[in-house]
Ligand binder design. Structure first.
Ligand code: SAM
Length: 342
């Protein structure tokens, strides 16, 4: 099927064909990395001492980001998640947020953060137009948190979460990468913490992204085991959650807590994949677990027209791989998650 053919489902604002890939998946969601840098060194993500970051001259400027996102939204993308690296380490982030929030057709502008700098920025980000917030938090034990994150301060993160609540963010989702022999004894504690603070909780399986992700695969835990563990302690009811992501949700009976299970390894969700990723240097990745990529930066810097940019994006989507091969080819993706945009 040609992706350029007029589609039955059209964007109501501009009546352009939607982005449909060869496997009939409609692409509505972009993960936008605004930096590959991070103040933490999570054991499964970035190596200790890593310095080989993208040259700032290669970062897309705010004008370039806005142009790429204009192209995507005109092609029917309705949801954008700002990520990284640690997005709060990109200067003037609220300014970028307010520019993106004004794009017609964009209904959902969310942010993933480690929350270490959220205390200072939560209110400004909310005012600028961030609608939803995901915060990574793998341990509630200060020493273990520091160990997993390569020296991070749990207090800063908890204070950042408090600031997010004060700023009025709701829902706030906590993302916990569950690792055998590391933090799998904290599953119940994390559930209770999220009940107490009215957060949504998502458990994530480790993926073999880069050397660090591959090393962490030794600590891989099938989330079915986590679910079974929870079922011994709590009554779990079927639930849904707005957000467009791959998590499968349950609700803890007698509480407002919803728990999502993100299982890229044990039960992949590629058949419903609705997303692509744009790295800080403008590289478009159509699959997290494959190396297919399209360099948008050279086009942007050569003064490409919006139409040509859209054609380039359509052509990339027409080559979107069917699925990742994390299980059969764990050595395939050498780039780190922080570069691709988690
Ligand atoms: N710094 C932000 C944060 O902490 O949420 C955004 C970027 S971070 C790379 C996005 C998410 O990717 C985090 O929830 C992190 O735990 C997850 N992540 C990174 N490497 C991973 C891996 N190898 N397997 C599974 N999840 C990973």
């Amino acid at each position: 099927m040609s992706v350029d053919a007029p589609m039955a489902v059209c964007d109501h604002v501009r009546m352009e064909p939607s982005l449909i890939d060869p496997f009939r998946r409609q692409i509505q969601y972009v993960r936008l990395s605004v930096t590959d840098r991070c103040d933490l060194r999570c054991s499964y993500c970035l190596p200790q001492g890593f310095r080989d970051f993208e040259d700032p001259e290669h970062w897309l400027t705010f004008d370039e980001i806005e142009r790429v996102m204009q192209a995507f939204t005109e092609l029917g993308v309705q949801r954008v998640r700002i990520t990284g690296g640690e997005p709060l380490s990109r200067g003037r982030l609220p300014e970028l947020v307010s520019r993106l929030a004004r794009l017609p057709g964009l209904h959902d502008l969310s942010l993933s953060t480690n929350a270490t700098r959220l205390r200072r920025q939560a209110a400004a980000l909310k005012a600028a137009g961030i609608t939803r917030l995901n915060v990574s938090l793998d341990s509630l034990n200060p020493e273990r948190f520091a160990e997993i994150t390569g020296g991070g301060s749990l207090d800063d993160v908890l204070d950042g979460l408090a600031a997010a609540r004060e700023a009025g963010f709701t829902p706030i989702k906590i993302n916990m990468v569950v690792m055998k022999g590391s933090n799998d004894d904290e599953i119940s504690a994390m559930v209770r913490y999220c009940i107490e603070h009215d957060f949504t909780l998502r458990f994530i399986e480790t993926m073999p992204m880069g050397d660090t992700g591959r090393a962490a695969s030794g600590q891989y835990l099938d989330l079915k085991e986590v679910r079974h563990q929870l079922e011994r302690e709590f009554t779990l009811l079927p639930a849904t959650m707005q957000g467009g992501g791959p998590a499968r949700y349950v609700q803890v009976a007698g509480t407002a807590l919803r728990i999502g299970f993100i299982t890229p390894i044990s039960q992949h969700f590629c058949d419903t994949c609705n997303r692509v990723r744009v790295a800080v240097d403008g590289t478009l990745f159509t699959c997290l677990g494959q190396n297919d990529q399209t360099a948008l930066r050279p086009l942007l810097r050569s003064g490409v027209s919006l139409e040509t940019l859209k054609e380039t994006i359509r052509a990339a989507i027409a080559r979107k791989p069917e699925r990742h091969h994390f299980v059969t080819e764990p050595g395939k993706v050498i780039r780190f998650m922080s570069y691709t945009g988690g």
